[in-house]
Design a binder for this molecule. Structure first.
Ligand code: ADP
Ligand code: ADP
Length: 226
């Protein structure tokens, strides 16, 4: 079962202008159910652009983007937003947690936006925090948490609505090497435990080697392996 499929995806910024940047040129990519795929790319190669297109935050100039078999290109913004909220979880290098809310509340809020009743959302959030080993931190605000704990909360938030696809852009890139290694281990356990599919961009080749498959993005094209 293919969860994410990109075919012939092209993207140029400032198209038709002198400062045009051709970022993606005929990118094909599939991620199967339960598969964890590493995306390795030199800085500026278009990794964020690719993740944003896969996550329906941006649209390609040409090509097809399918999530769970359904074509996303050409859908209304409203439909795309609905699919994104229900089916896609995002993790960034920086946690982007809401500073005035507790760890628990940061995981509850996206569920409320998705129509989940508050009690159910709270119990799901608490369960996720338990799985990443920081249930004791549930009532702390982000500023009171360590960098590794903040990222763990961000992982829980990304998984709160039980998406089928997780997209991560340097999820441990802001942490020191030892913490990064541990936190990445937690992320992998969480992903494996839910049978989720993931596309994880990283510069860290040791982390990439721990995933099922490595894709390299260079000069607008994707290739298998390092
Ligand atoms: P990466 O995540 O691999 O560093 P990005 O996808 O952010 O790369 O960017 C790829 C290229 O596209 C870079 O050259 C960047 O400067 C350019 N770029 C990204 N976003 C825009 C934009 N909104 N307008 C113009 N150029 C952009
Ligand atoms: P919400 O349900 O909170 O309104 P959205 O549908 O706006 O969420 O966004 C869904 C996910 O996409 C969130 O994880 C959010 O952080 C991320 N997101 C939304 N807009 C952008 C953007 N312009 N750039 C990067 N990430 C975004």
């Amino acid at each position: 079962e293919v969860v994410l499929a990109l075919q012939g995806v092209e993207k140029t910024y400032n198209r038709g202008k002198p400062n045009a940047v051709q970022v993606l040129q005929g990118v094909d990519l599939t991620v199967a159910r339960g598969e964890v795929v590493a995306l390795v790319a030199p800085s500026g190669a278009g990794k964020s652009t690719l993740l944003h297109i896969a996550g329906l935050l941006d649209t390609p100039d040409a090509g097809s983007v399918r999530i769970g078999g359904a074509e996303m290109v050409g859908l209304s913004d409203r439909r795309r937003t609905a699919v994104r909220r229900a089916d896609v979880g995002f993790i960034y290098q920086f946690h982007h947690l809401l500073p005035e809310f507790s760890a628990l509340e940061n995981i509850v809020l996206p569920q409320l936006a998705n129509g989940v009743p508050r009690d159910e959302a709270r119990s799901c959030a608490y369960d996720l925090l338990t799985r990443v080993g920081i249930a004791a931190r549930a009532d702390h605000r982000p500023a009171a948490l360590s960098g590794g704990e903040q990222q763990r909360v961000a992982f829980c938030r990304a998984l709160a609505n039980a998406p089928r696809l997780l997209l991560a852009d340097e999820p441990t890139g802001n942490l020191d090497p030892a913490t990064s290694d541990q936190v990445f281990g937690t992320l992998m356990e969480l992903v494996r435990g839910t049978g989720l599919s993931a596309l994880i961009a990283t510069h860290n080749l040791d982390l990439a080697a721990r995933m099922d498959r490595v894709l390299r993005l260079d000069k607008g094209h994707l290739a298998e392996g390092l």
